[in-house]
Design a protein around this ligand. Sequence first.
Ligand SMILES: Nc1nc2c(ncn2[C@@H]2O[C@H](COP(=O)(O)OP(=O)(O)OP(=O)(O)O)[C@@H](O)[C@H]2O)c(=O)[nH]1
Length: 334
Amino acid sequence: MNEHTPCGYEWTIKLISQNCENALDKCLLATLNQVLGHGSAFAMYFSKSLSIRQHPCLIFNSGLLTSDDKSLNNVTQLDIPELTTRLTKLRQDVTVLNLAQAQVLPIRYQGLMLGFLVIDTKAKPSMTSTEYAVVSHILNVYVHQSATLHYARLDPLTQLLNRQTFDEKVVDIVSGNETWFMRDGYGERRWYMAIVDIDLFKKVNDTYGHVMGDEVILLVAQLLKSNFRVEDYVFRYGGEEFAVVFPCENEALAIETLDRVRHNIDQMKFPQVGNVTVSMGFVELEGDIQVADFVNRADKALYQSKQDGRNRVTAYSSLKEKVNSHQTGDIELF
Ligand SMILES: Nc1nc2c(ncn2[C@@H]2O[C@H](COP(=O)(O)OP(=O)(O)OP(=O)(O)O)[C@@H](O)[C@H]2O)c(=O)[nH]1
C-alpha cells in the first residue's frame, strides 16, 4: 500500500476510468491484489437489481461465474458454503474456495446486498483498519462504476439493451469472446440473431396516438424479455424494431423458438389496441463478416416475412436471393 495514498485515490481513478465490465473486473482484482497482497484476495459478486448478464456475477480467484438463481439474494455469511457448492455446479471452470478460513465483506448498492468479497485468511490472516476502509471504498467504487456501465447500456423506454450494445455483443459472440452459460443436458449450440418488427405500427400510432404506440412497444419488449432465456440478449434496435441474439442447437429449433414468441405476441390482447403482430427475420451468426452484414441478412429475411403477409418468421438461409456482403446494413431506425 506504500506507493499509494491511504485513501486509495489512484485506485478510485483507475476503477472509474474503466469503460467495459471485463476491464473493470480485471482492474478490481488487480487493485485488491495490490491492497491485500497477491494471492490473498478473492472477490465474489452477484447481482440482484442489476442485470445478471451485464456483470460477472461472481469472480472466483479470477474465474468468472454467473448465475440466474434468484434465490441467491440476501445471503448471510452462514449460507456461503452451501451457496458456493450450488454456484460451482453451474460452471465447471471455477475454483472452489475453502471458506472455512475466510473474511467476508458485503458488496452493497443502494442498500441492497449484491454480493460479497471473500478474503482467504490463510494467506491474509488479518486486515488493518486502513486496509478494511480502503477495500470497502474500492468495492463501493466498483459497484457504482458497474452500475454506471450497466445503465448506459439500457434503452430508457423498454429497459432492454440498447442499439449501442448490440454491435459490441455480436462482435463478442462472433469472435468467440462470449462467456458461455452452461445448462445441463445441452450439446453444442450455435448463435442466431433475429430482427423483430412490429407490424403496421404506423397505423397504431395514427389510430391511438404515440403514447399508446409507446405502450405497445413497451409491452412487446416485456413479452420478448419474458419469452427468452437468461443467456439470450434482447435489444431495442430502433423505434418499433428489436433484435434478439440467442444460442440454439440448430436452425429448426431456432425457428421453433422464434415462432413460439411470435405466436405469444399474436395471442396477447393489448389494452385499447387489441391485436398486434410481429414479423421476424433471422440469421445464424457464423462466418467472418461485419455486424452490418448480419443485420442486412436478418433484415432481408424480415422483409420477406413482410412480403409474405406479416406475422411470420423467415430464416435468411431459406431465401433464394442472398445479400452481397459488401452491402451495408440499411435497416430503418425510426
Ligand atoms: N410511438 C412510437 N412510434 C414510433 C417510435 N419509433 C418509431 N415509431 C413509428 O413507427 C412507425 C413505423 O412505421 P413503418 O416503418 O411505416 O412501418 P409499419 O407501419 O410498422 O409497417 P410494416 O413494418 O410494413 O409492417 C412510424 O410511424 C414511426 O414514427 C417510438 O419510439 N414510439
